[in-house]
Ligand binder design. Sequence first.
Ligand code: ADP
Ligand code: MG
Ligand code: MG
Length: 910
Amino acid sequence: MTQGVLEQASAEKAGSTATKYVYFFGGGKADGDGKMKDVLGGKGAGLAEMTNAGLPVPPGFTIQTESCREYMRGALSPAVDGQMYAALDKLEKLQGQKLGAGDNPLLVSVRSGAKFSMPGMMDTILNLGLNDQAVEALAKRSNNPRFAYDSYRRLIQMYGDVVLDVPKKSFEHIFDGVKKKMKVKFDYELQPAALKEIIAEYKKLVKKETGKDFPQDPKEQLVGARDAVFRSWMNERAKTYRRINRIDDWLGTAVNVQAMVFGNLGETSGTGVGFTRNPATGEKMFFGEYLMNAQGEDVVSGVRTPLPISELERVMPDCYQQLKGITSRMEKHYRDMQDFEFTIQDGKLYMLQTRNGKRTGLAAVRVAIDMVKEGLISQEEAIHRVEPNQLYDFLVPRLVEKGEKIEVLATGLPASPGAAVGQIVFTAEDAVKHHGNGSYPVIILVRGETTPEDIAGMEVAAGILTSRGGMTSHAAVVTRGMGKCCVAGAGDCTVDEAKKELRVKGKTFKQGDWISLDGTTGRVINGKLKTLDAQPDDPDLVKFMAWVDPVRRLKIRANADIPRDAKLARQFGAEGIGLCRTEHMFFAEDRIEHMRTMILSDSEKERRAALKKLLPMQRADFAGLFKSMESLPVTIRLLDPPLHEFLPKREDLLVEIARLEESKPRSPKLKELRPLLARVEELHEQNPMLGLRGCRLGIAFPEITEMQVRAIIEAAVAAKVKGGDPHVEIMIPLIGSIEEMRNQAVIVRRVADEVFKEKGSKVDYMVGTMIELPRAALTADQIAEEAEFFSFGTNDLTQTTFGISRDDINHFLPAYMKAGIFKQDPFATLDQAGVGQLVQMAVGKGRKTRPSIKLGICGEHGGDPESVKFCHKIGLTYVSCSPFRLLTARLAAAQAALEEKMAGPAHTNA
Ligand code: ADP
Ligand code: MG
Ligand code: MG
C-alpha cells in the first residue's frame, strides 16, 4: 500500500528541480507537519509537529526520504545540496551562529529517521561542525573546556565510525586506555588534558586508517554525515530489522540536521528518555530515565546505569513539571502513548523526539482499554491498537516457583516480561550457532549490553540478560518488540565476554550452564526451573477480547489432537477443532508397538488383528475430544504421514544389529531386528513427502480407514447416547482427484452405517477433504461433489505449489530473503499471489458445485495475522490454528472485519 504511494511519488518527483527536498523547522513553525511521515520520516514529522505546537525544539531542517531513494539509485539530485545550504543559511541566521566557525560556532546533529522507527538500527552523529578552531572557541565561550573537548572527541569517534568506517573498537581501546591511565571510572571525570590526549590519538587513528586527516571543513563534515546516514539505511542490521518487521527496503530514511543542545555541559545539564505510560505493563504512570552531564546515547547505551525520572523531580522540579506537561500534551495530541527524548542544557528543557511508544502486548491491551476509558479513543480504534501477534505476551511462560528452592543470583530491571529457562551463551554468533545445530534447546544470551549487531543472536534466544543498561537500553527495547523475556542492567553480574563467563555471587557460569530469567520481576535465578504458560483469564485480556469477538465474521478453530489441547483451545476461545491429527495418537508408548505390528504384517489378516488392538485406544481418544468440545465441531483427519515415521530409523537399526552381531551373535533380539530392517528397507522411499501417504494409505490399506472411522463413529454414538451432541467432520487427506475422494468416502459412509446399525443410534457427520495439492484446487468443483467441506492444508499446498520442501527451506531461505526473492517465509505467511490464488479458485469452484460448502484453513497460516486477513477477504468460514495462536487469530479476524467496514462494502466474497 505505502509502497504504491511512494513509487508514484517518486515517479512524479524524480529528477524534478521543483521537488522540495528540504523542510525547515524552527522559530515557532515548520514547513512540514506530523502527518508527513512518508516524506519526513517519523522523527522529522515529530520535530515539525512539536515545533508547530510551540514546544521547545532546537531548530533545524529535514532532508526528505526521496533524497535517500535517489542516493540508493545512485542519482542524488544536485538540487539537494542547494536546498540544504539554503536551509543551513536560514538556521545560521536564526541562531546568530556559523556552522563550525567564529567565536560562537553552530554545531548540529545529523540524525537518521525513517517512516517506521527502527531504534538504533541507523546512525546519528552529534556535535558536527567542530574542528580544531571551533573547539577552542566553544571552550572559551562556554567557559567549560572539559565539555568542549568531550564534544569534539565524541564527534571524531562517531564520525570516524559512521562516515569513515574506522572500527569503533579502536576508538574505545584508546578511550579506555586513557581512562585507565587517569584512574577514572566515569567518562565525565576525564579532565581537559586527558580529553585532548584522546583527541590527538583519535586523529592519529583516523589518519592511519583512512590515509586522510579528520575533515576540518564543517561543510565537508555535513555532506559526509548526510551521505553516511543514507548509507546506514542499507547496513546489514537495518536490513535484518526491516526483514523481521516487514518494512519495505525502498522507503529510505530522512536526515534531520538540528542545532545541538548540550546535556554534557555540567551538573545542571543532562539527557534522558521516557514514556508517558509504563511500556512493560501499560500502567498509567510517567516513566523514564536520565543521566546528568551526559550526551546522546549515553542513556540508552547502557554504559552508565541511568536514574529514574522521579529523581529529576527532586533535582530539577521545574524541568520535571514542564517535561511532564509537554509529554502528556503530546499524548493527548497523538492519542497514543508517547516515547520521548529530551535534553536539559543549563537547566533549560529541550524536546528532541517524540513518537508512539513501542510496548509489550500486556501494555498494549492495558493502554488500549485505559484510553477508551479516558475517552481518547473508540473501542474500534482500541482493537487496532494491539498487534495480533502481541497477544502472545499473555501466553508467555511464567516460572513455577511453588515448592522449588529459588536461588536469586541477581535482580536486574524487568525489561521485558515473561520467563525463560535456558542455557547461556555469550555472543550472538554462539547463539546462532547453537540454535542452528540444535545443541541447546533453549538459549539465553548473556551480554554486558547488547548492540544492534547482536540482533540475529537475540532473535534465536529465548531470553536476554545484560549486566548494564536500563529499561530503555537496546536490549530492553528490542526484546519488548520481539515479545521475549529480558532482564537488563543486572549490575551484580559480571559478564566476561572474552572468557565467556558470567560471574555472580561468587559463582562462575560458563557457556551451556542453565539459568532461569524472570523478565517480569527482573530476577536472575540459578538453575533450571520449570515454567508455566498461559494465563487466559487475565482480566484485561478478557475485557479486550469481549470487544474483539463480536466484530469478526470468521470463526476460529484450533488444531488439537488430544483432550488436553482441546481444553486449552477452548480456554483461548476456540469455536471448534479444525484439525485433529490422528497419527499423533499412535506415537504413545502403549500404541506404537501395535502400530509397528500393523505396518510389518504382510497379510491383511495380521493387519486387521493389530488394528483391532488400536481401535479401543483410538475410540477412547475421540471420546475425550468430543467430551471436551461438547457440541462444537471437530474435524478429524484420517491417517496422513508416511509409515516409516512409525518405524525405527534404518541407520539406528543397522548400528544396533552390527553391535549385537559383534557382542551377542545368538541374541534372540537379532531375530526380531533383521526382519524389521528388511521391512524398513522395503518401505524406504526416495521422497516420502510425495510417496505413500495421505489418502494413498487408506486406499492401499482400506482396513486402516475402516478402523479409524469405526473408532470415530463409535465414540460419537456413545457420546450422543450419554446425552452429548458431537459434531464430527471426517477429513480425507491429500486428495488430488475426485476418484480418490470417492474411494475413501464410500468406505467412511459404509462403516458409519454399519456402526449405526450395530448401535441402533445415529449421529450427524460430514465427510470432507483437505485441499492441499494443486490438482485438488484445480478440480475442486468435481471434488465438491463428494466432499461436504474443504479444509485448506496450506502447508502441503505451499510445498507442492512452490515445489519446496518445508523441511529443507532453511538451506536457502536466508539467501532468498537477502536477494529479496522472498519477502517472508511462505510457510509462515501465505503466498497470496500463488498459493492464495489456488485457494481462492478452489473456494469459487467448490461453492459452485455445493453452495453450502464449509470452508476452512488448517495450515500453519491459520495463526498468521496477514494470512488470517486474507482468509477473511476470500470468505472462508473459519481458520484453524494452534491453541497458542488463537488470540492472535481472533484479533486479526476482527481487524480484518473492521478494515473491510472502513473500506466500504466492495469486498471479494467468492
Ligand atoms: P535514534 O534514532 O537512534 O534515537 P537520534 O537521532 O534520536 O537517534 O539521536 C540519539 C540521541 O542523540 C538523542 O536521543 C539525543 O539524546 C541526541 N541528540 C540528537 N540530536 C541532538 C541535538 N540536536 N542536541 C542534543 N542532543 C541530540
Ligand atoms: Mg532517538
Ligand atoms: Mg498435509
